[in-house]
Design a protein. Structure first.
Length: 508
């Protein structure tokens, strides 16, 4: 093919200017499109107040929540008495257990003489009220006067007595290799790396004073107010005039196997194995192995049995809802297909029925059926069934309308009845597609069942929402999210394998 030179191109341009000349839109459509996208982005930024939202967001809380997904905190509190003695306490449900004695807290004990609390004054007996004169009158003897009981003398409180007792006078909390906290009477010293900050506590004035230079990891919002010090991944502390709150963070999930009420709590794997295989029963009513398994299932912190049961409910909801939707959509699709059922009003009515079912979101159907049936898996199954009946029906009917009529005409030409024509002329073409779409929706509904479960439709979604509402059980949220991901990945692999086999078999 001969190439045109520049002179020939110029002659053609002069002869046919309307053909070779580019329009205004063709010349400027790229910058116009970019400008419109930029304007749309700016409009969305303003309409949804994205800048204000990002500015007001508390990224510190978000970071703490994310850290709680993979770690936990031990929370000892040091209460400082007037004489400088320390009292260590832990929250009731602290993961450290009922007898806390962590090796990262070092204490110094001394015997000091303290004034015992004065004995409470005895209750002073009030004089008994005088007896009322009797209304009856005796002529035989004079009336005897009623003697009133004398008032008891008040008991004077006993003087305070000095008492000698052993108390904690100093404590060192190790937060890592280069960070620790020293608590000694009214002085708290914070050490992080090469920096140290000294705090002076005054309980009478209710103030905390930074003695000397501060550091960027120490925060005091008002003069004399509480001090918060951050030690990175190791944790943080809160210092007030009478109390020091420690938050030491550890990586992992606390008490994941056995909770603090289990006899196997805080034992190594070898020690647990020894107890499980021992003939001496901890609980006379069951073997040690059965007791250990029971403690795992009914772990109060993680509720493994309940979580696994709810996960199984989610799987059943997705499977049953998809199965029922497929069974109902299959025959209705033949009615909706114009090349199968030659009746336009019936085709349109069936298709509009599919549109109605799928136009209402699955979440809305879940809310509706939750009000109708109450919370539980039945509401979730119904929501999946209604939504997928409409979606699968539309997909199935479109697949039927796009079949090759030659195969159907060939079966019809030998005099086969209508049912045989559909069986041998239509189904072999569409069954792999039908099965593939049903498998895809089954895998997709496993995820959707988690969402609709959060509105009361049962399954692990409701359990996940309950854990999120506490704003403290984020490790439980991570546990359930991980289980959901494992199930979705597993079902996705199974679904892809079955679909590839069905489609591959159909191609060969």
């Amino acid at each position: 093919m001969a190439m045109m030179n520049a002179a020939e191109l110029n002659r053609l341009a002069e002869r046919y200017p309307h053909v070779l000349e580019r329009s205004l839109w063709q010349r400027y459509r790229a910058p116009i499109s970019i400008g419109m996208l930029a304007l749309y982005f700016l409009f969305c930024w303003w309409f949804f107040a994205i800048g204000k939202t990002l500015t007001q967001a508390n990224w510190g809380i978000a970071g703490n929540y994310l850290a709680d997904w993979v770690s936990y905190e031990i929370r000892p509190e040091f209460e400082i008495d007037r004489d400088g003695a320390l009292t260590i306490s832990y929250p009731r449900f602290d993961p450290i257990g009922p007898n806390p004695n962590p090796d990262w807290i070092e204490t110094r004990h001394e015997t000091i003489t303290r004034s015992a609390a004065p004995a409470a004054a005895a209750v002073v007996d009030e004089p008994a009220p005088a007896a009322k004169p009797s209304s009856s009158f005796s002529f035989m003897a004079p009336t005897t006067p009623q003697d009133s009981a004398p008032a008891a003398a008040p008991v004077q409180p006993s003087p305070t007595q000095p008492v000698s007792e052993e108390v904690i006078t100093e404590a060192v909390v190790n937060l890592g290799s280069s960070a620790h906290i020293e608590i000694a009477g009214k002085t708290v010293t914070l050490v992080r790396g090469d920096h140290s900050v000294r705090l002076l506590l005054d309980a009478e004035a209710d103030t905390v004073t930074i003695d000397g230079a501060s550091a960027d990891w120490v925060e005091q919002r008002s003069i004399g107010g509480r001090v918060i010090a951050y030690f990175g991944a190791a944790g943080w502390i809160d210092v007030s005039s009478e109390r020091v709150r420690i938050r030491k963070r550890f990586f992992g999930w606390e008490n994941f196997i056995f909770d603090t009420n289990s006899p196997f709590f805080d034992l190594s794997a070898g020690e647990v194995w020894q107890k499980v295989t021992s003939a001496d029963r901890i609980d006379p009513s069951m073997s040690n192995l059965a007791l250990a398994w029971n403690n795992i299932l009914y772990n109060a912190s993680w509720q493994h049995l309940d979580v696994w049961t709810k996960l199984l409910q989610t799987i059943v909801m997705a499977f049953v809802g998809t199965l029922f939707a497929m069974l109902v959509a299959f025959p209705l699709a033949f009615i909706a297909a114009r090349n199968i059922t030659r009746n336009r009003p019936v085709n349109q009515i069936t298709k509009r029925f599919f549109d109605f079912l799928r136009s209402v979101d699955m979440l809305i159907w879940a809310l509706f059926f939750t009000r109708a049936f109450g919370p539980g898996p039945l509401a979730g199954i119904s929501a999946i069934f209604f939504t997928d009946t409409g979606t699968l029906g539309k997909l199935y009917s479109e697949a039927l309308e796009n079949i090759d009529d030659k195969q159907r005409e060939g079966v019809k030409s030998v005099g086969a009845p209508a049912a045989a024509v559909q069986r041998y002329g239509v189904l072999p073409q569409v069954m792999p597609v039908f099965a593939s779409q049903a498998l895809y929706f089954w895998e997709s509904n496993t995820r959707s069942a988690t969402i609709i479960g959060a509105v009361g439709a049962g399954g692990i979604g409701l359990k996940l929402w309950e854990a999120m509402r506490t704003n403290s059980d984020w490790e439980n949220v991570a546990y359930m999210v991980l289980l959901i991901l494992i199930v979705v990945f597993l079902f996705d692999a199974i679904s892809n394998s079955l679909r590839s086999r069905l489609i591959g078999k159909n191609r060969h």
